[in-house]
Design a protein around this ligand. Structure first.
Ligand code: MG
Length: 303
């Protein structure tokens, strides 16, 4: 018998990191703090606050220390950072960051472009970082980028993804995330990959980082939900361009995801009305038109 659809899902909000990291218009620390508070007030329970990277390469993340110092950390909310190097982890630890994300790419070309390392070198470093973070009491979610295909290489063999998942899983992370970094995944692939990953990882939570590059983000999310996945990365307004393809859409939008899940009877704990106001406010602040759908609708459609 088919297992029932999950009654609730958790959204991991990435707008402050993935969403704005490539935006030229630098968001002030004050505005970031306001956004974090407003997201929390609308019921978002997981907020990826920043990465710890070279500020020369990603100026948008230059205030990571200042931001972490000033966040009004509310009970029940998971605030996290993305880590790409040992130096980054040291900086995060100095800020008392309680949750970190550590990822490797399943594509050799993407790995070299993203981290200047081969997959094997990147994996070795990731395992060292996971050990160091875990032994300091930091909760780790780890995962694989380009798990469903690569903009540079095309198809990625599933065994390559599973090999990486296996190595990462051996370090005992809290969660394994599969990222469709290039937006090349399809719903059938989601189901097949998730069931194979679950054979390796058992009861450990699986999450998905989906991109809407080809307009298939929601279909992929739904396929994963049917497989029992309940944690999804989303970005307010759908902000965050695809890093590989000019003009392409990136992260799936938080408000669109909440809208679909609520309409279908899956709870998120998020107040959609409030969330839409947050998105509209931030859209105005950024002087952009966000890709999200529901925050641009009115009346009966705005739900
Ligand atoms: Mg992304």
């Amino acid at each position: 018998m088919k297992s029932p659809l999950p009654a609730k899902a958790v959204l991991h909000e990435v707008v402050l990191r993935d969403g704005i990291q490539n935006e030229k218009n630098i968001v002030s620390t004050e505005e970031k703090l306001r956004l974090i508070d407003r997201l929390a007030a609308s019921g978002v329970r997981r907020i990826e606050v920043s990465s710890f990277v070279n500020p020369k390469l990603v100026p948008q993340m230059a205030d990571a220390e200042e931001l972490w110092k000033r966040i009004d950390r509310k009970k029940g909310i998971v605030y996290s950072a993305l880590i790409l190097s040992e130096r980054g982890l040291d900086r995060a630890m100095a800020c008392g960051v309680p949750h970190v994300g550590i990822f490797v790419s399943a594509s050799e070309t993407h790995s070299r472009k993203n981290s200047n390392k081969s997959i094997d070198e990147a994996l070795k470093e990731a395992l060292t970082l996971i050990r160091k973070a875990s032994s300091s009491g930091i909760k780790v979610r780890t995962g694989v980028m380009n798990a469903f295909g690569c903009a540079y290489e095309g198809k990625i063999p599933p065994r390559q993804v599973l090999k990486l998942v296996g190595s990462l899983f051996d370090e005992g992370p809290e969660e394994i995330c599969l990222a469709d970094t290039s937006g090349l995944g399809n719903p059938r692939q989601m189901k097949e990959m998730i069931s194979r990953v679950r054979e390796l990882t058992g009861k450990t939570s699986i999450s998905l980082h989906l991109h809407n590059t080809r307009g298939q983000g929601m279909a992929n999310l739904w396929a994963a939900l049917e497989e029992g996945v309940t944690i999804f990365d989303t970005s307010l307004g759908g902000l965050g361009g695809c890093p590989f393809i000019a003009g392409a859409r990136g992260n799936i939008a938080t408000e669109d995801t909440v809208s679909m899940l609520h309409d279908a009877g899956v709870r998120t704990g998020i107040d959609l009305k409030k969330l839409i106001e947050v998105s509209q406010g931030f859209e105005k602040h950024m002087g952009l038109v966000f890709p999200a759908a529901v925050s641009h609708l009115t009346g009966a459609f705005c739900r």
